[in-house]
Design a protein around this ligand. Structure first.
Ligand SMILES: [Zn+2]
Length: 892
């Protein structure tokens, strides 16, 4: 008999749920604690003698039940593991009853980045605190007792009690603020007990619409704000927009206000639904992981919110806009219409990623080449993760809510977004948006499942998209199309793709419906794309003139790999290297490079083909194509980093590719330059520096010296990170100390981020250990995992990172269990491991340890190591001999 809990045992019973929360939260920034009093209006849908709700980490002081004129004092039972409180009632609750549950409690404010927590900043060298929340997915229960499931929407009226000289923010606009008056207010009496109320104030916020608990938010602190507004293109109504931050950095908030106003207008037009709340605030927090789409109060890490207009750091600016665009998509998709349960998380995240990185971002910043950039950032990453045996379907059953953390991965974001993009390209973006609008309008303030979206799109197009999307959403993996030529056409066959090349019959059962997007060039030289044909069977023959130019997956809108014959690959290589009037778009080129390398890593082709293709494209001028080349070379390096001769040859090959670009583009960033050139220059200098180019290193070292001696203007902001990193890599403890100080003291989040990356660019083992110590003891809690990320990419650290990780393992688990960070530690630590022995040693380390919080990332990491090991074994000789031949013809 199995004792495994089923899905329903983790869900709250459905006999009673909350309709309306009346919450009063008192925040004590000096004592770093909070107290709360919740009055919860309940709806009884089945007769019951118990009430169960979620609560965690709060110390409950008392529970009352008010029913009609009667007040009962209740006993409760706390189940810590299930994070659930069950109260037993003195008599049965009946269906027509309208009871209110009163719960008062207190909690600690810690610097964990979940629940209700604090962040710090320095005000004239005095450390001060402010608070902020992060509730997604299941941490609202750490701040107030609640029915903490996305389906259980309710209205919320929030009162915040705080010291008078601080500012309170929440989802809705403030309606009143004033001194605390205890007279006749039993809630406030409980919160103050006998304490003097003189120093305190109470802020009340407007009641919210029906919403899920995970997008509730509030914060308290010495915040300052900048304000602007936007006018709804649908109604003409003007809504205030504010950015909040600590006073020292608030001046950097202008860009986010301007950008969000433009993005909001585009979303309204795309969905034909007005932004639903009376205001929108963005709060910048230093100790915050990523960004969170709380309705009406987006909270983001400072570097994702603030941008110093005077600094002209292109990447920093772009990152702010990209992240805001994603979070703003959620104001509709996720917040108005919410997934019924976490198994449809992809619907939220995939959609926000697709809209935020392509459709809407492209309308606001058409010069950013958003669709091609999307391929590199999301599609490629998802193709990589989905090619290992331990991948999971986009829609994944979630039994225990604690499993949710593990699926905030490249599949829920990147794969989901990519398959939505594939669908949108197939039916046309306009119709896709129309369908989304129908879907949202059908489920305003409600919950939904994937099928509801397909219904909306079907209504807009007449196409049964559910059938097309089925296997992309519910099945693990994706296909590789193998193309062979016949006399009057091509034969196209689909099989599951594994990066380790080991696809067994039982793994290869899914038949996907694949939009083929076949590009052909007619006799007149015109490009024609067939975007109607779908491969619905294992294989098919497609008629075309095999002697003319053709390509599958034009525009790389499809989520699959393509495997061509060697002859066809050569034709593609020739076309890709043509600088003018190539039939291939930028995205075609970068997906071609990506496919060729992935196919060779799986043993279906030779890695040297990818190297030849890269060499053939050395005169390319497009930034994104070069970014893709850098990424592919990075992947080869990730496998060959500890093979000395190959590593040296690879570095020389990289120098030969990027130094000419540096010479052509120079080190200066003239005003008014186009984004492509700006980014290409930054990339070329960064890659050349990474490849130890002497001329570039010398220049950057000179800059760093001047920067630290007096002139902080000398380094172009776009090159700050590369310059800092180069200085540390070629320096000693003094450079390391310098960048560490910059990270700790500089007020510009982009400069801090550059310094943090540089702290990790060390080579000396003594400094490596000091960096780990710094990560664990001195850095902001959110920086710890970032440091492991950088170290996991540092060849000089290599396998040492595993040793450091093992030493600190207990501490890491203690501090980061129950956050997304724990997932990433494992991924980063495994990044440079490339042998079966590495995989075995890592696996052995975890034997007997509780890995329940990160078992998925552990399995994915082990699969990744084994894929690299197989690739190395298969292609060692091929890569070595190609590079040797290259070296002999290009002796430096
Ligand atoms: Zn999101």
């Amino acid at each position: 008999m199995s004792t495994m809990p089923d899905a329903s045992s983790y869900r709250l019973p459905d006999d009673v749920k909350a309709l309306h929360y009346d919450l009063t939260i008192k925040t004590d920034l000096q004592g770093l604690k909070f107290q709360g009093y919740a009055i919860i209006h309940l709806l009884v849908s089945k007769e019951t003698s118990t009430i169960a709700f979620n609560s965690s980490k709060c110390d409950i002081k008392g529970i009352l039940l008010h029913l009609d004129d009667k007040i009962d004092i209740l006993d409760w039972n706390m189940d810590q593991a299930m994070e659930r409180v069950t109260v037993t009632l003195p008599s049965l609750l009946r269906v027509d009853d309208e009871p209110q549950l009163h719960v008062w409690y207190c909690g600690e404010l810690t610097n964990a980045t979940m629940g209700y927590f604090y962040s710090s900043y320095k005000d004239n060298d005095v450390e001060k605190h402010y608070t902020v929340t992060q509730f997604q997915p299941i941490a609202a229960r750490q701040a107030f007792p609640c029915w903490d499931e996305p389906l259980l929407k309710a209205k919320f009226s929030l009162n915040m009690v705080s010291r008078s000289d601080t500012v309170n923010v929440s989802n809705m606009p403030m309606v009143s603020e004033g001194p605390v008056d205890l007279a006749g207010n039993e809630q406030l009496e409980k919160l103050f007990h006998k304490e003097d109320t003189k120093e305190w104030k109470i802020t009340s916020f407007q009641t919210t619409p029906m919403m899920s608990t995970y997008i509730i938010a509030f914060g308290n602190g010495p915040f300052a704000y900048l304000e602007s507004s936007y006018v709804s293109p649908l109604s003409g109504m003007r809504r205030p927009l504010r950015v909040y931050a600590t006073p020292d950095i608030i001046s950097q908030g202008k860009f986010v206000l301007e950008t969000d106003a433009r993005i909001l207008c585009e979303f309204e037009k795309a969905f034909d639904i007005e932004y639903p709340l009376p205001k929108l605030d963005i709060l910048a927090a230093a100790n915050f992981r990523g960004a969170m789409e709380n309705w009406g109060l987006i909270v983001t890490q400072s570097q994702h919110t603030l941008y110093d207009d005077t600094s002209a750091n292109f990447d920093a600016k772009k990152e702010v806009a990209e992240i805001q665009c994603h979070e703003l998509a959620h104001m509709w998709f996720g917040n108005i219409t919410t997934m019924a349960w976490w198994d449809n998380l992809w619907l939220n995240e995939g959609f926000a990623t697709f809209m935020g990185r392509t459709v809407i971002l492209n309308r606001v910043f058409p010069e950013w080449n958003c669709y091609s950039a999307f391929y590199i950032k999301y599609t490629e990453e998802a193709l990589e993760l989905d090619a290992i045996p331990s991948s999971h379907p986009v829609q994944v059953p979630i039994v225990d809510p604690k499993e949710i953390f593990q699926i905030f991965d490249a599949l829920s974001y990147g794969k989901a977004a990519s398959v939505l993009y594939m669908l949108s390209s197939y039916i046309g973006e306009k119709k896709f948006l129309k369908g989304v609008s129908i879907y949202l309008k059908n489920h305003l303030y409600e919950n939904s499942v994937a099928e509801d979206l397909w219904v909306g799109i079907k209504e807009a197009t007449g196409i049964n998209v559910s059938e097309i999307m089925q296997n992309w959403i519910s099945k693990t993996g994706f296909p590789v199309l193998t193309i062979t030529e016949e006399a009057d056409g091509i034969r196209i066959r689909q099989d599951r793709f594994f990066s380790n090349g080991d696809v067994k019959e039982e793994d290869n059962q899914t038949i996907w419906q694949i939009p083929l997007n076949i590009l052909t060039v007619g006799e007149d030289g015109c490009v024609h794309i067939d975007n109607e044909t779908i491969l619905k069977t294992r294989e098919m023959v497609y008629k075309l003139d095999v002697k003319a130019f053709w390509k599958i997956n034009a525009g790389a809108t499809g989520f699959y790999r393509t495997h061509y014959t060697q002859d066809q690959l050569q034709r593609l290589e020739q076309e890709a290297s043509r600088l003018e009037s190539s039939a291939l778009s930028v995205t075609d080129k970068l997906s071609l490079i990506s496919d060729v390398l992935a196919i060779s890593s799986a043993g279906m082709g030779q890695t040297s083909h990818a190297l030849s293709l890269i060499e053939a494209m050395r005169n390319e001028t497009n930034y994104l194509v070069w970014l893709s080349i850098s990424n592919q070379l990075g992947q080869i390096r990730q496998v060959w980093w500890d093979q000395d001769q190959v590593y040296d040859d690879l570095q020389a090959f990289k120098r030969a590719l990027f130094e000419p670009l540096v010479r052509k583009l120079g080190y200066e960033y003239p005003d008014g330059e186009d984004p492509d050139t700006i980014q290409l220059r930054t990339l070329a200098i960064t890659q050349a520096a990474d490849a130890e180019s002497e001329e570039v290193t010398t220049k950057l070292m000179e800059w760093f010296k001047e920067y630290t001696s007096s002139n902080t203007e000398v380094i172009p902001p776009n090159l700050l990170k590369t310059t800092f990193r180069t200085a540390v890599r070629h320096g000693d403890s003094s450079e390391w100390e310098t960048v560490k100080r910059i990270y700790l003291n500089n007020l510009n989040p982009a400069v801090q981020a550059a310094a943090l990356a540089a702290v990790c660019a060390i080579t000396d083992p003594q400094l490596q250990m000091m960096t780990i110590q710094f990560a664990m003891e001195e850095a902001k809690p959110t920086s710890t995992v970032q440091i492991f990320g950088y170290l996991g990419n540092n060849d000089a650290v290599g396998r040492n990172l595993v040793v450091y990780f093992k030493c600190r393992f207990e501490e890491i688990v203690d501090r980061f269990r129950g956050t997304l960070d724990i997932y990433y530690f494992i991924t980063f630590v495994a990044n440079l491991l490339n042998t079966e022995e590495d995989a075995q040693a890592l696996e052995d380390f975890f034997v007997g340890k509780d890995t329940s919080d990160f078992n998925l990332s552990l399995t994915q990491a082990l699969d990744g190591i084994r894929s690299r090991a197989a690739w190395l074994e298969r292609s060692e000789e091929d890569v070595r001999s190609w590079l040797e031949k290259w070296r002999q013809t290009h002796q430096e």
